[in-house]
Ligand binder design. Sequence first.
Ligand code: KIV
Length: 274
Amino acid sequence: MSKHLAPKRVTVPDIVARKGREPLVCLTAYTTPMAALLDPYVDLLLVGDSVGMVLHGLPTPVGVTLEMMILHGQAVMRGASHALVAVDLPFGSFEESPEVAFRSAARVLRKTGAQAVKIETSEAMAATVAYLVQRGVPVLGHVGLRPQSVNLDGGFKAKGRSPGERERVMAEARATEEAGAFAIVVEGVAEDLAADVTRAVRVPTIGIGASAACDGQILVTDDLLGMAEQTPRFVRRYAALAPQIAEAARAYANDVRARSFPGQAEVYALRPRG
Ligand code: KIV
């Protein structure tokens, strides 16, 4: 394909320009084949640290490492040519200081070719976001339910139930925007708070469990595909792959045990030479 006909990759300014316009469509991806399947339909692919729980069987995202994120980021970049790809900075790779955060972010961008990093942001992290943005690292913020704070919160809990918590989420979002984030994931908040946050910031908000009041939506792809037994109430399942995979494995096992697989059509028919 001529260079001029290659599909243009979504850029950070393209995402910013979608504030208050056509909703941003975002999904997670961790592998090359999945990224390739999703890429034509989405604006942004997130290599989320949810990969730890979804693919690696970890109980929380806390055990995810920078090396894991780089490996999955590289895999996703091999499959995606259209969507903007953002990679999560995992727990422990950015909180210590802006300098540590820059080193981690630069490694991720250099080794994967992704265009942005995502950081779970609070007022305490605003200086770090500003430090990164001022040095050329696009940052996608993440406020509300912050999964990396699972140990502090005692679980994955929706945010904004009390007036104090509402104020905190608003302050997190404002600080994240003022620090220069190009968009903000808003997770696990009620519709009116999501609407208030979306009105209060000039960059797009991307909701997960945060209603249609946001400027876009993101889901964990495995959840919408029906790969998990249980999903949060905000997930809509567009497929039920888990029972189909189990059924395929059961049928294959039966065929192998009955010696009906492989059949004649499934073996090489090589004639001897000479
Ligand atoms: O890690 C992740 O996949 C996320 C999204 C669900 C927003 O943070």
